[in-house]
Ligand binder design. Structure first.
Ligand code: PLP
Length: 384
């Protein structure tokens, strides 16, 4: 045995001592979309991003209408042989759904963010990025070789200040999550779009958690807030409310043509399987025909957040389906998460580096399929 990797044991012990060690689970979907099985036991699942319960619906749909007989893996990059009719159909469905000239599908939302940022910003440019943006945006910024300035979370004044200072750059890119994945709060997109207009910046918005949930037709938070016109690059994913797998970028035709030529996560990675593309198309179809799912989700948000306020667990009612309950230290959060597990609820502890030091939390993720009974039981256990 060679000792070259002995340092890894030390690294893992350091993580464990700080309450930051991650371990893998095997989560098995149960018959009901809000339940999962772990080590043979069934838990109520408040951790999934399948906000509308579409993952199960899509699986049922495939049982009734099997996917056309074709190879499972797409076999190559989209630029080689990986992009087939299903991908093309998905992209035109996405463009119609988003009301954009064109759209491009990536293997994941992570790849879409990294690919888009590195394609539109490079040396000589500046990126202004919200302090709480998702890791895939952070990684895209780091890889881009552009100068990166971080503005305080949702602080438009700070963004303006940084824009004023950013005079010596070829191009500016402002980038923000629409709905922040751990805090569950919303970016002031209309104000940010106005700043982008005033300071001649490109604006990229990651709608990962808002896609399918917000806006009159489910396009996302920019539609909800009425500022789609001001957004130049919109990123989304099929992997959350749309119940499938795969990221996408929508925008004007020339942007999509640029991504095909410059987005390295698109060019140098195998295209998603056609089945995922077909699942995405079905999800968008279901979104349009089953709008009661969104209404039910908002009723659930309203219900549980009122109950959590009454129980003193959060300070005010929330507007989104991601409800963080702040605990503080990683150790206390892990203990609380374990206590919830013992009581039959699956809500993993969210710890640094996903959230800042001292802000470890339980992230309650709601689904339209959660029942009042499940939510009541959760509030009761959390209050203990
Ligand atoms: C805000 C945000 N953007 C992008 C992603 C990446 O999406 P995907 O899971 O499809 O790679 C995530 C997922 O965790 C996310 O929360």
């Amino acid at each position: 045995m060679n000792d070259k990797l002995d340092w890894i044991d030390d690294e893992l012990s350091t993580l464990a001592d700080a309450g930051l060690l991650r371990q893998l689970n095997v989560c098995i979907g149960a018959t009901h979309s809000t339940e999962l099985q772990l080590d043979g036991k069934t838990y109520i699942n408040f951790a999934s991003n399948d906000y509308l319960g579409l993952a199960k619906e899509i699986a049922n749909g495939f049982r009734e209408r099997p996917i056309p007989d074709q190879a499972w893996g797409s076999g190559a990059s989209p630029l080689v042989t990986g992009r087939g009719e299903a991908h093309q159909q998905l992209e035109s469905t996405l463009a119609v759904f988003k009301g954009s000239e064109a759209a491009l599908s990536f293997s994941t939302g992570y790849a879409a963010n990294v690919g888009a940022i590195t394609a539109v910003a490079g040396e000589g440019d500046i990126i202004l990025s919200d302090a709480r943006n998702h890791a895939s945006i952070i990684d895209g910024c780091r890889l881009s070789k552009a100068k990166v300035e971080i503005y305080r979370h949702n602080d438009v004044d700070h963004l303006v200040e940084l824009c004023k200072q950013a005079t010596d750059y070829r191009r500016k890119l402002i980038v923000t999550d629409a709905l922040f994945s751990m805090d569950g709060d919303i970016a002031p997109l209309s104000l940010i779009a106005e700043v982008a207009r005033q300071y001649d910046a490109m604006l990229m918005v990651d709608e990962a958690h808002a896609t399918g949930v917000y806006g009159a037709t489910g396009r996302g938070m920019a539609q909800e807030l009425g500022c789609e016109e001001g957004i130049h690059i919109s990123v989304g994913t099929l992997s959350k409310a749309l119940g499938s797998m795969g990221g996408f970028v929508s925008g004007q035709r020339s942007l999509i043509d640029l991504l095909v030529n410059k987005a390295r996560t698109y060019i140098y990675s195998t295209a998603m399987p056609a089945a995922c593309a077909l699942a995405g198309i079905r999800a968008i179809d279901l979104l349009q025909s089953e709008s009661q799912r969104r209404k039910q989700l908002f009723d659930n948000v309203d219900y549980i957040t009122s109950r959590l306020v009454t129980a003193g667990l959060i300070s005010q009612k929330k507007f989104t389906q991601i409800v963080p309950v702040l605990i503080g230290t990683p150790e206390a959060t892990v203990a609380k998460s374990q206590a919830l597990l013992n009581a039959g609820f699956y809500i993993p502890a969210i710890r640094p580096p996903t959230v800042p030091e001292g802000e470890s939390l339980l992230r309650i993720s709601l689904s339209s399929a959660h029942t009042v009974d499940q939510m009541e039981k959760l509030v009761a256990v959390l209050s203990q």
